[in-house]
Design a protein around this ligand. Structure first.
Ligand SMILES: Nc1ncnc2c1ncn2[C@@H]1O[C@H](COP(=O)(O)OP(=O)(O)OP(=O)(O)O)[C@@H](O)[C@H]1O
Length: 803
């Protein structure tokens, strides 16, 4: 590496050496034409430079090192006419490498404005005292040891004393016009005497012996070079508010502290220093104009992912270590160190999907995706401790006929009072990590130093009960789940009063201040997500007041389940004089339209609880549809219209097209159990309400069962046919009227559709969190997992979930 002055500072060809108007600012009284001849000046200088390269001139000038008039005349350039008498005047003299040591003859050249004497042997520059118009002085590469030992020319702007023998800086307050000062390669140990140089913008003190930066306070310096000194720390620059380019290379600096307030800095060269920590870049993180940083030959280069880390911390950089920062690098750095939620979610989803695909494929028929009726799920999301877990449990308890809690896994220890399997499945980090490659999870999250994850089994367990799954999770989980084939409803519970939320977290006594701060800071994340992604959440509920939040949640859920509408409908039916439900022997308090709410006696209730029943299917589909993401008003109106017709048809209020449909399909009820007509969904014996009880629903698997032949399963394998029949008031093995033995067995295909392995009687009501369970009207043990859907199920049934 050539250790010379950085070209961007003081190169003679650099525009910075010729600040605009520098020559034209010469005294105009004596030199009125000076400004007009500025261009000529440069031209002349060029000619002289060419001329001096000839050996002839050099021969003349080498005599004893004494500058002669002859040499001067051959090297001086005419800039124009000067004064009132149209006198010729000479403004520029350039004598580089002339071996000069005595230049006293220049005392006679008072009008010189530019004097270039580099690469000579000059020790004395006192002649400059006779050049009051001097603007540019280059005495670099000489033997000068005196610092500015001449009368100050009033307009001296640029001085180059680099490569001399100067040791001590002196007061330059008389040099008020000085804007460029090059003192490289001298022996200065301290910066001083510049305090009054209120026009100094370019200062270079490279390759001196300076060990502390001082004496620069409040100067208008824009370019500062202190390359090759003995600096160990960056100090004394705090007030250089105009600083744009800083070269501190070849020093012993180990920290970037001291640069944080230099907001105009665009370029910092710190090559070959002792910076070893990437985190040091945080000190210059707020310098928004910083574009160019050089940290080559620092120990920090050894850090893993050094370049990406620096690019991440300093996102405005366009050059790092003299190499262009590419757009790809910028994106990679953000994705690595602060990935957007989508990226985290995509990675999480990809991981679990790949691991799941690597497992022997298992058909989860209860939650199989279907375009029309995705498996119904409800996700409560919001920042930690906002109450979503509590509300989820309460909801599952109140709406136990519809929802059960999907229990996640976590590696955190259980809080006092938490139950394993109910609040979470508490597992060790090792177990959790082992579960990932086993393809168990749908999504996972690292939060507060612990792992959380929702398994497919957790959802499936709820789905097998014929219930919708209700889970709570952080926003990352929502993003991840949105990549999966599940299509839950997402309800955001968000604290509005931050103080109240903070107090609540404090009162829980579970969190450190840092955890509380982290949780509070995430409120904004939720709010922004909602703002930036309209429709991302299906519902937003303020949760400052838990009771109010629950009531709102309850209302929302009732809305999803159409329970309000249904209750209204029931009231109407009960009020109706020709209420066929009552006429057919139902107790008035029964809810004939809610299959999952009906519990026992009476033909309709048995029918309604049978998954093969059309009304059951309609109802279940309705829940599914309602829990799926929002539909447009036209779709909703259409769905509602059809549902009303179905209800009316079921209760016999109006025959309508649906009752016709039931009628016609009923004639094929028993035979449909044997044929493989996948297009036939509804079968009903029209003769009585009982006939509905015996009707069977034959639905193809939504995983494309039409292409998969499904063997009928024995009723005992299903584990619930007997209960079904029992619940209908008939002996288990007695075929019902209008059906044969086979028809009494639940259609095997019905067991292959989403949620179809629901127990045909009311499942036990989940107990909810630490609250005694309401007694189930028809308690029964949980059905054992269907072998066809469990691990290592029927090979013919194996297939991939559509993701
Ligand atoms: N599988 C998951 N995916 C994403 N987030 C999850 C998952 N399981 C739990 N969480 C969320 O992780 C956060 C931390 O859970 P944890 O149970 O430790 O918190 P908590 O202090 O009990 O607060 P909360 O009452 O909100 O659950 C909670 O916001 C919780 O909802």
């Amino acid at each position: 590496m050539t250790e010379t002055t950085s070209p961007q500072f003081f190169s003679s060809s650099s525009p910075s050496c010729y600040p605009p108007g520098s020559l034209t600012d010469a005294p105009s009284a004596e030199n009125p034409s000076c400004g007009e001849t500025h261009d000529n000046t440069r031209m002349e200088v060029k000619q002289v430079t060419l001329y001096r390269r000839s050996g002839e001139v050099k021969l003349h000038s080498k005599k004893d090192g004494v500058l002669t008039a002859q040499v001067v005349s051959s090297s001086i350039s005419q800039l124009g006419l000067f004064g009132t008498g149209l006198q010729r005047s000479y403004h520029s003299l350039s004598l580089p490498s002339h071996n000069l040591s005595d230049i006293s003859i220049l005392c006679n050249y008072v009008y010189l404005q530019k004097l270039e004497l580099p690469h000579n042997k000059i020790k004395d520059l006192s002649c400059v005292s006779h050049m009051p118009y001097l603007v540019i002085l280059d005495a670099s590469h000489n033997e000068i040891s005196n610092f500015f030992e001449f009368q100050p020319p009033k307009n001296l702007k640029e001085v180059n004393f680099s490569h001399n023998r100067m040791t001590k800086m002196k007061d330059l307050s008389a040099y008020l016009s000085l804007n460029t000062l090059n003192l490289d390669h001298n022996n200065f140990r301290e910066i001083s005497g510049l305090e009054q140089c209120c026009k100094l913008t370019h200062l270079s003190l490279a390759h001196n012996k300076i060990s502390r930066i001082s004496g620069l306070d409040s100067l208008p310096v824009t370019h500062l070079c202190l390359r090759g000194n003995q600096l160990e720390m960056i100090e004394g620059l705090e007030n250089l508010k105009s600083l744009q380019v800083l070269d501190l290379s070849l020093n012993r600096i180990s920290s970037l502290s001291g640069l944080q307030n230099l907001h105009l800095l665009g370029s910092i060269d710190l090559e070959k220093n002792l910076i070893s920590e990437i985190q040091e870049c945080k000190h210059i993180h707020n310098l928004l104009l910083l574009r160019d940083l050089n940290l080559l030959r620092n120990p920090v280069q050894e850090q893993p992912d050094y370049r990406l880390a620096v690019i991440f911390l300093l996102q405005h950089l366009t050059m790092l270590d003299q190499k262009k920062v590419t757009a790809e690098e910028k994106v990679s750095s953000v994705n690595k160190y602060d990935p957007p939620l989508d990226v985290v979610a995509a990675r999480d989803h990809m991981t679990h999907l790949v691991y799941q695909l690597m497992q022997p494929q298992v058909l989860y028929d209860s939650t199989l995706p279907s375009p029309d009726s995705p498996y119904p799920m409800l996700v409560l999301t919001g920042p930690q401790g906002c109450g979503k877990r509590e509300l989820a449990h309460r909801l599952c308890q109140e709406f136990s006929e519809y929802f059960a809690h999907g229990t996640c896994h976590t590696t955190r220890a259980a809080y006092f009072g938490e139950e394993n399997g109910l609040d979470y499945h508490f597992v060790s980090e090792e177990d959790f990590q082992n579960m990932i490659p086993m393809g168990k999870f749908i999504q996972t999250l690292q939060y507060g130093g612990h792992s959380y994850g929702l398994t497919r089994d957790a959802i499936e367990e709820v789905a097998r009960e014929g219930l919708a799954c209700c889970v709570h999770m952080e926003l990352e989980g929502v993003f991840s789940l949105k990549n999966s084939y599940f299509e839950p409803r997402y309800i955001l519970l968000i604290p509005i009063q931050v103080e109240k939320y903070t107090d609540h977290l404090k009162k829980r006594g579970l969190y450190s201040q840092a955890q509380i701060d982290a949780a509070v800071s995430r409120i904004e994340l939720y709010a922004n997500t909602n703002k930036q992604r309209p429709g991302f959440f299906d519902n937003i509920i303020p949760c400052d007041d838990r009771e109010e939040a629950y009531q709102m949640l309850r209302q929302a859920v009732k809305g999803y389940l159409l329970l309000e509408e249904q209750e209204e409908g029931e009231d109407n039916i009960r009020a109706s004089p020709d209420n066929t439900s009552t006429a057919s022997g139902h107790e008035p308090e029964e809810k004939p339209l809610s299959p999952l709410l009906r519990s026992g006696s009476g033909s309709l209730s048995v029918t309604a609880l049978d998954p093969s029943d059309p009304s059951y299917r309609s109802y279940f589909t309705k829940i599914q549809a309602e829990l799926s993401p929002q539909k447009c008003p036209a779709e909703l109106a259409s769905i509602r219209r059809r549902e009303r017709l179905v209800r009316e048809a079921i209760v016999g209020k109006s025959p309508g097209v649906y009752s016709q449909l039931f009628k016609s399909s009923a004639q094929t009820a028993s035979s449909s159990l044997h044929n493989k007509d996948t297009g036939t969904h509804f079968h009903e014996d029209s003769s009585s309400d009982d006939s509905r009880a015996s009707s069977a629903l034959s639905v193809p698997s939504s995983a494309g069962a039409s292409s998969v032949f499904v063997e009928p399963l024995d009723a005992s394998v299903l584990g619930h046919t007997k209960e079904t029949v029992k619940a209908s008031g008939q002996p288990p093995d007695t075929p019902r009227p209008g059906t044969d033995q086979a028809a009494a067995v639940v259609s095997p295909t019905s067991d292959r559709r989403p949620g179809s392995n629901v127990k045909p009687i009311l499942p036990p009501i989940p107990t909810g969190r630490k609250t005694p369970a309401a007694p189930s009207p028809a308690p029964s043990p949980r059905p054992s997992p269907n072998p066809a859907v469990g691990e290592g199920g029927d090979a013919d049934m194996e297939g991939k979930p559509d993701i």
